[in-house]
Design a protein around this ligand. Sequence first.
Ligand SMILES: [Zn+2]
Length: 322
Amino acid sequence: MPRREFFCGTDPYNEAMFSCYKKNVMLLNVPSIIAKKKKEKITDVDFRKIYKIPIVFHIVYNKDEENIEKTQVLKQVESLNKDFRNKNLDNSLFSQYRREKKLSTDTRIEFFLAEKDPKGNRTEGITRKYTKRKSFKPFKDSGNIPLKKQPVKSSENNIGTDAWDTTKYLNVWICKLDQIGGYAQYPPDKHPSEDAFATDGIVVDYTCIGKGGTAKFPHDEGRTLTHEIGHWLGLYHLWGPDEGGCYGDDEMSDIPPQRGAQVDCPKGNGEYSKDQACEYGQPLVLNFMDYWNDCCKLMFTKCQAKAMRGCLTSSRKKLVKM
Ligand SMILES: [Zn+2]
């Protein structure tokens, strides 16, 4: 079976948004959050409270099989809670990579299906919508201009589903995406434009969500969404927000520099590949913010956990009840 290449659209998507909206006040503040935290050596982050984030899943389907079952969505939420609470330590790969085991951290962030909709009515946290559109993409084929209102995120022309208040819910759209596993919108600046509010959230392909059902190897353990939530809470890929090379960095002091994406699975037996190494240190393996197969994405580091918690006390603070 040919390998299904994972491709995350977060950086090209945000770059397109940024170049389009910077005159309209939307400025991505990820670098500023991280730079600030780095300056403070991220020591001021409090881990006592468990943050609980309500999610709404908007299933937008054309073919019946894209209208995934609730059990698959529940499996996804279960797997997010395992990943963010560092409950993968029994995985045998950790006995082969002790450095990674030592660095892996409980973020003390949890997720649950929204119980009330924006009007205060009871909900199961899942919306379903038939669309005549066969597939979606985050940006246009040519030019660096995003679709202003991305069809999947808008009920205009009866194609997609409008976001629920993006300051109070994590909105996740599930649909058929063109050649992409998923993409997220980075956290907003202090004064995001209305368009930025309307598009905030994550889109995941219906074959990369949850477990069982339509989830297909190697993206079949719900970790596309773990990775995208990392971005949504301000994390970069381990090689930084560029397309690769040793100049960019993810700004995390407990993660060695890395040239580009690592794929498939690590070699095992504690061995590292030199392919993506920069001058100092071997790149981490098993990290969620890389391109490993789902079965080999297992951990966030302490600095990543701090950066995400920092985001939940600043630009995304309305998401969690204080
Ligand atoms: Zn990504």
